[in-house]
Design a protein around this ligand. Structure first.
Ligand code: AVJ
Length: 331
């Protein structure tokens, strides 16, 4: 990659070497539980990110297309309602959906600064370099960090800020940590700031389940990729092909659960942890939950974090929602 030589971009790395990865402790904690579990954030090495991009293109996986359609339709309205001069994006990735928002803010004449936050520094560097070209005068202040841990370390706002958390990734948090996360977001918001949140909606279970069981098997490969990551990073000897991909809609919890199911009884050795993990035949590792929301649930979760739902945009079929919230004013 070309070194970044633009004046307008500043990238601050919040990841200290010692805390660079929680993979080891997280795997140890997750795989020694009665119900084995792995955090979904470890899907996304280079291969996992590529597989997720492919998921977004399979016909069954509707969330990305719906969210993009909503943003295309309502970006101008969002820019107008928020009057935001800066956009802080949690988990910015390639910022492909962000451009429509930046353009709308640019058209409204308010755009001054873009603040991407992502765990991968080269993603932020590349995006920053592109965006300062595309939007002359735009300042980019990137933060390399984990938005679950570094929320308090972002630059102070210089004007009305739009905080953007897209993709439905909020659904990956368990309910308690979801509310904790929303509270932390609310705490860093000023009265003139707005939160733009993407959430998948509750709908016919068959539609949701198809999105996580695509016919081409891309989601299955994505699911198994976490075992490749653990093999490589922690010197483990998982046989990813020895696990079946399972995804179902948990109707009580209103979330999708992805699991990896051991085809036979066996033991896996994880070198870096000096750990042997025993699997019974048919035993599952839960690898992801992806919560689906009703408007009521969404409003309640936001309210319990001190946020007030202002506008809910949906696609024509009401499959996905993008919402605007502000901090509740003291009464
Ligand atoms: C990127 C977390 C929103 O939960 O739908 C896609 C990840 N997992 N297929 C989701 C995912 C399986 C996705 N998020």
């Amino acid at each position: 990659m070309e070194p970044l030589s633009v004046q307008e971009a500043v990238i601050v790395n919040q990841m200290l070497d010692v805390e660079e990865s929680m993979l080891g402790p997280d795997v140890l904690d997750g795989l020694t539980r009665t119900q084995k579990e792995l955090p979904p954030k470890y899907f996304y090495d280079a291969r996992g990110a590529e597989l997720f991009d492919q998921i977004c293109d399979v016909p069954e996986y509707y969330p990305t297309r719906c969210e993009r359609a909503i943003l295309n339709q309502y970006a101008a309205d969002i820019a107008e309602r928020t009057g935001a001069s800066e956009l802080l994006e949690l988990g910015s990735g390639t910022a492909s959906k962000t451009r429509v928002l930046l353009t709308a803010m640019d058209d409204a004449g308010t755009l001054r600064r873009y603040l991407p936050v992502d765990v991968t520094d080269d993603m932020i560097l590349r995006t920053a370099a592109e965006l300062v070209q595309e939007y002359p005068g735009l300042q980019v202040h990137g933060t390399v960090g984990d938005f679950e841990r570094h929320l308090g370390r972002f630059p102070a706002p210089e004007g009305p800020r739009l905080i953007v958390f897209l993709g439905g990734t909020i659904g990956n948090f368990a309910p308690a940590s979801r509310r904790r996360f929303l509270k932390a977001v609310a705490r860093m918001m000023c009265p003139e700031d707005t939160l733009l949140l993407g959430t998948d909606l509750v709908k016919a279970p068959a539609v949701i389940e198809a999105a996580y069981n695509d016919a081409q098997g891309v989601t299955a490969a994505f699911n198994r990729n976490v075992l490749h990551v653990i093999n490589r990073e922690l010197g483990a000897d998982f046989d990813p092909g020895g696990f079946d991909h399972v995804a179902f809609f948990n109707r009580e919890e209103e979330w999708i659960e992805m699991r990896l199911r051991a085809q036979r009884a066996h033991t896996v050795h994880i070198g870096a942890l000096e750990l042997d993990v025993e699997f019974a035949e048919g035993e599952d590792i839960r690898t992801e939950i992806s919560a689906k929301f009703t408007r009521e649930r969404l409003a309640a979760d936001l309210a319990s974090a001190g946020l007030e739902l202002q506008t809910v945009y949906t696609d024509a079929d009401e499959r996905f929602a993008v919402s605007l919230s502000r901090v509740k004013r003291a009464t």
